[in-house]
Design a protein around this ligand. Structure first.
Ligand code: PMP
Length: 465
């Protein structure tokens, strides 16, 4: 225990935290009376807090990140060795792990061939937006500069990313936003009545939801639209798995109007949905893919923007113009810890067969949650892709009335009391902070999945009777 406390007693740590740390996504007023939770240790699927309480982590570090689980000495050892050899060098120089990880990852992404390193999902998305804007200037006199984003999707925390953010509660109070970002409708079949598409289902709904994107393009003028940015499976907006028929139509629309397709794999990337990338379920060909969380499972900060040779070539075409290359840098894109951890992370996924495990355990999780829906009226819809699942809670099944967000939060708290950490959509889409979220590490066993849904069963009974 001493090593994790660095020789300090826990009271000292708690009081230092309370006095100085501004926590993410947290209203701090309650911290003046309650104690913050400090996580001190993690092993496999489990973490421990400062009181020694053990938790089964069903959300991979809170925000779907720790894909290969906690305590991987192999990653830590590789990072340590690399940091001693060379920790950092930035600018136009490369690094050994940077080259090796790019090669290994891109082998899994046919059609894509260039990797740009940075630090966070937001930053990777910003860089893609900048490339789209620069291509508009280079090829289209600045006209084809607009970026489409989807209602309920999230792309990051910066003002640029919030401008592409389809979650009004996250955006509230942070405007004004950047111009040139335009929203298209969501594709959540469970909420199709909101779009007057209640008469359609399955692939018919999927195609109609994609047609709604085309309608926006025609309204704005296709000559003004540079890119369409989408999550393959919407995460914080409610774990939305697009219906059949959606993606092929989206691809068709992008090709028809010469629109670059940017897939935000910050959550889905590197195994979460049971394939290396979420878009690979649908046979689509993106022009940009951004990724972050699972790339190194949180063992180092790394994010990547991946693109095609065609896009890359556009940035080296005009040697007469001194401004005609991608004039962008990421200071910590030059830290070697990220690609080193990411390389070993990929090796672990391959060697331990974690993609296949994700598919099998994801099916078990959805089956268990669906069984719970048979018992608890409050579960209106269960959705999932691999180990990335959501259960939407409603107070009236026929009317699909979302439960109050305080009740979803109570279910999360009741699971926590039983030693299982789950999540819920939080301050994202107004009125729809009602979806329980599950994203356990890809190493989850059947026993883990059953323990997670067992805790949810008890929590739902405690909260809703
Ligand atoms: N895109 C998606 C889909 C995300 O869920 C997130 C973070 N939750 C981001 C982008 C932003 O990533 P980061 O927090 O690393 O900037």
């Amino acid at each position: 225990m001493d090593s994790t406390l660095h020789g300090n007693d826990i009271e000292k740590i708690v009081s230092a935290d309370r006095a100085h740390v501004w926590h993410h996504l947290t209203q701090h007023k309650p911290f003046e009376t309650g104690a913050p939770r400090i996580i001190t240790e993690g092993r496999g699927m489990k973490v421990w807090d400062h009181n020694g309480k053990e938790y089964l982590d069903a959300v991979s570090g809170g925000v779907w990140t720790v894909n290969v689980g906690y305590g991987r000495e192999r990653i830590a050892d590789a990072v340590r060795d690399q940091l001693v050899q060379l920790n950092y060098f930035a600018g136009s120089a490369g690094s050994i792990p940077g080259a090796l990880f790019a090669e290994k990852l891109l082998e899994k992404m046919p059609g894509l061939s260039r990797m740009y390193y940075c630090n966070s999902g937001s930053e990777a998305n910003e860089k893609a937006f900048k490339m789209v804007r620069q291509i508009a200037h280079k090829k289209y006199g600045g006209v084809k500069h607009k970026i489409l984003y989807r209602a309920r999707d999230y792309h990051g925390t910066t003002i640029g990313c919030l401008s592409a953010g389809g979650q009004q509660e996250r955006n509230a109070q942070y405007g004004p936003f950047a111009p040139g970002f335009v929203e298209v409708p969501h594709c959540l079949e469970y909420r199709k009545e909101d779009q007057d598409l209640g008469h359609l289902s399955g692939a018919d709904y999927g195609r109609a939801a994609a047609d709604a994107i085309e309608a926006v393009i025609l309204r704005e003028g296709p000559e003004t639209i540079g890119a369409l940015c989408l999550e393959p499976v919407t995460a914080g907006g409610g774990v939305i798995v697009p219906p059949e028929g959606y993606w092929p139509r989206v691809q068709e629309i992008c090709q028809k109007y010469d629109i670059l397709l940017h897939i935000d794999e910050v959550v889905c990337g590197v195994g979460r949905t049971g394939t290396w990338f979420g878009y690979q379920h649908y046979g689509i060909k993106p022009d940009f893919v951004t990724m972050a969380k699972g790339v190194a499972s949180g063992y180092a900060a790394i994010a990547c923007l991946v693109t095609t040779e065609e896009v890359f070539d556009m940035f080296k075409s005009n040697l007469d113009d001194p401004l005609d290359y991608f004039r962008d840098i990421s200071t910590f894109g030059g830290c070697t810890a990220g690609p080193t951890a990411a390389l070993v992370n990929m090796d672990i996924i391959e060697e331990e067969g974690l993609l296949a495990n994700t598919v099998a355990m994801g099916e078990r999780l959805v089956a268990n949650l669906t069984a719970l829906a048979g018992k608890h009226e409050v579960i209106g819809d269960v959705r999932g892709a691999g180990l990335f699942c959501g259960a939407e809670l409603v107070s009236d099944r026929a009317a699909k009335t979302p439960v109050d967000e305080a009740l979803a939060a109570k279910v999360v708290a009741e699971c926590g009391a039983q030693g299982v950490i789950i999540g819920a959509t939080n301050r994202s889409v107004p009125g729809y902070n009602n979806t329980l979220c599950f994203s356990p590490a890809l190493i989850a066993t059947a026993q883990d999945i059953d323990a997670i849904t067992g805790a949810v069963d008890t929590a739902l009974t405690r909260v809703f009777g």
